[in-house]
Unconditional design. Structure first.
Length: 219
């Protein structure tokens, strides 16, 4: 019996180093920087999992004052990791230095990346008011069409006191319209040609304020 116990003890001592330190899950750490390689605080980091032809993304991690982040409890395999901060014109991209694909394995369970944001989009910062009373409309929708020589693309955003800015592609014609519950939709016209919609073109990092007046329905 003593000999059996000694054999088991020896086996456990032999296997302990092999078992100890074997990772069962991975993590991604890194830093988010801007075009000048300065750390970006408050950037949102998204991690994507690839399941067959589908992609599932989770965006719950924010960078600290040093631009650093850490995402833990990740399964082994390929993951996409990207960063965005749309309120400052940094939209999330699927290509470029703001997005990378890494693979976690038991031998390489920790990945360290640097995500570089930029160039900045343009920022549209509209406000809306009641044309009859002048009262500020806190919640309204902005619908804009991006036009170029070959195609057009339409997007929509809802603005509120907690979300007052919209990122739009820089260097492209952006033609907005505005709406709110109980109000007529406003599509501004080009002052030089009323037959055409009003469009604007923002430079990278440019912030454009717009004040629009909406007419109540039935008036």
């Amino acid at each position: 019996m003593m000999r059996t116990y000694r054999f088991v003890a020896c086996c456990l001592l032999f296997l302990a180093p092999l078992c100890h330190g074997v990772a069962t899950e991975g993590k991604i750490t890194g830093t988010v920087v801007d075009e000048q390689d300065r750390p970006v605080e408050g950037a949102q980091v998204c991690v994507s999992d690839f399941v067959g032809n589908a992609t599932k993304s989770s965006c719950h991690t924010m960078t600290d004052k040093k631009g650093q982040f850490q995402v833990q409890h990740l399964s082994f395999g390929p993951h996409g990791v990207s960063a965005t901060k749309p309120e400052e014109g940094y939209q999330g991209l699927t290509t470029g230095q703001s997005s990378q694909t890494i693979t976690l394995t038991p031998d390489d369970a920790v990945a360290k990346v640097t995500l570089k944001l930029g160039p900045k989009d343009g920022i549209l910062a509209p406000t809306a008011s009641d044309k009859s009373t002048g009262k500020t409309i806190l919640n309204f929708r902005v619908r804009w069409t991006i036009q170029d020589e070959t195609s057009s693309q339409t997007s929509t955003a809802t603005l509120s006191p907690s979300s007052q800015r919209i990122s739009v592609p820089a260097g492209k014609d952006v033609c907005p319209s505005f709406s709110a519950k109980g109000y007529q939709t406003l599509t501004p016209r080009d002052p030089s040609d009323p037959e055409k919609p009003f469009c604007l073109r923002l430079q990278s990092g440019e912030v454009k304020s717009l004040n629009v007046e909406l007419v109540p329905e039935g008036k």
